[in-house]
Design a protein around this ligand. Structure first.
Ligand SMILES: [Zn+2]
Length: 127
């Protein structure tokens, strides 16, 4: 083996390592974003529950607040879906139900496990 070949081999190995590190970094960032959206979603669900309970117990009128929180939850669900789809480079059509975490085929109307309606992205949501 020529010295140049060795250098070339090392350069290729370095390029490959850098490329893989970038890929892993991007993947980890998406995974982290998914995790933080999930935390936001469960916080929003708790808030919806809190206001619903208060309406029920004390007759407080929280309908506007609840509607606002539902809108936020819906936005988070869509964001989660976009992140999940981007993780599979557009090839992965399996997503997770934002309500029970069951896997679902992207585009299904309802979750097979819990029956919740699954969000579908409008073209402008795909970014
Ligand atoms: Zn579900």
């Amino acid at each position: 083996m020529e010295f140049d070949d060795i250098l070339k081999g090392l350069q290729d190995a370095k390029d490959y390592t850098v490329h893989r590190a970038e890929e892993i970094g991007a993947h980890a960032k998406t995974a982290w974003n998914i995790q933080s959206e999930k935390v936001k979603l469960s916080r929003t669900f708790r808030e919806i529950g809190k206001y619903t309970l208060r309406s029920n117990q004390s007759g407080e009128d929280n309908i506007d607040k609840i509607a606002e929180l539902c809108g936020e939850a819906n936005d988070i669900c869509k964001k989660l879906l976009a992140l999940e789809l981007s993780q599979g480079n557009g090839e992965n059509k399996t997503v997770h139900c934002p309500f029970c975490s069951a896997t679902a085929e992207y585009g299904s109307e309802k979750c097979e496990k819990c029956g919740a309606p699954l969000p579908v992205l409008d073209t402008e949501d795909r970014g």
